[in-house]
Design a protein around this ligand. Structure first.
Ligand code: DQA
Length: 167
C-alpha cells in the first residue's frame, strides 16, 4: 500500500504527462449535433480528464486543434515529452495517413477514442487510418471514453515500469 503511494508520488514528480489530443470540430462539442455527441463541452471533458488522472498519478496536457499539421506536430512532440497519447482525431481518423505516420513515429502507447460509436454511423466512419498504429480503440461511450483510455494507459505504464524495475 505504502509502495503504491510512493510510486504515485514519484510519478507525479518525475513522470512525463499524457497528451490528450483532439482534432477538428471537437471544440464544437456541446453545440454540435447534440443528438450524437451530447451536451458536454470539450471544457467539461478536460475537467473530467484532469480529475480522473489525479488518483492515477498521471499529469495531463490537454489540447485541441482544427489543423492537421498542428495535430501531427503535437504527436511528434509526444515522442520526447509524453508517456502516452489519448487521441480523438475527429474526422482526420478517416482521412489522414499523416496522422497515422505521426502516431507510428511517436513510439508511445496511443489509445484512439471516439465519443460516438463510429461503427453504428455512416460507412465512411467505419475505417480508421489510425487504429493500426494505436494500442487500442475505445468508442461509443461518450465522454467516458477519455477516462477509459486513461485507465488503459495507466495499466500499460504500470506494467512497463514493473518490467523495467524487474530488470
Ligand atoms: C468522432 C467521430 C468522427 O467520425 C467524427 O468525425 C468526429 C468525432 C467522435 O468522437 O465520435 O469529429 O471522432
Amino acid at each position: 500500500m505504502a509502495d503504491v503511494l510512493w510510486i504515485k508520488i514519484y510519478r507525479l514528480l518525475m513522470a512525463l504527462p499524457i497528451y490528450v489530443l483532439n482534432g477538428p470540430n471537437l471544440n464544437m462539442l456541446g453545440l454540435r449535433e447534440p443528438q450524437i455527441y451530447g451536451l458536454t463541452t470539450l471544457g467539461d471533458i478536460e475537467q473530467r480528464v484532469r480529475s480522473h488522472a489525479m488518483p492515477l498519478g498521471l499529469e495531463i496536457v490537454f489540447r485541441q486543434t482544427n489543423f492537421e499539421g498542428e495535430l501531427v506536430t503535437w504527436i511528434q512532440e509526444a515522442r520526447d515529452k509524453a508517456e502516452g497519447i489519448v487521441l480523438n482525431a475527429g474526422a482526420l481518423t478517416h482521412t489522414s495517413i499523416a496522422v497515422f505516420d505521426a502516431v507510428q513515429a511517436a513510439e508511445r502507447p496511443c489509445v484512439e477514442v471516439h465519443l460516438s460509436n463510429v461503427f453504428a454511423r455512416e460507412s465512411f466512419r467505419h475505417h480508421s487510418f489510425i487504429s493500426p498504429a494505436a494500442r487500442g480503440v475505445i468508442c461509443g461511450f461518450g465522454p467516458k471514453v477519455y477516462e477509459l483510455a486513461l485507465d488503459a494507459l495507466a495499466d500499460i505504464i504500470e506494467s512497463t515500469d514493473a518490467a523495467s524495475n524487474a530488470r
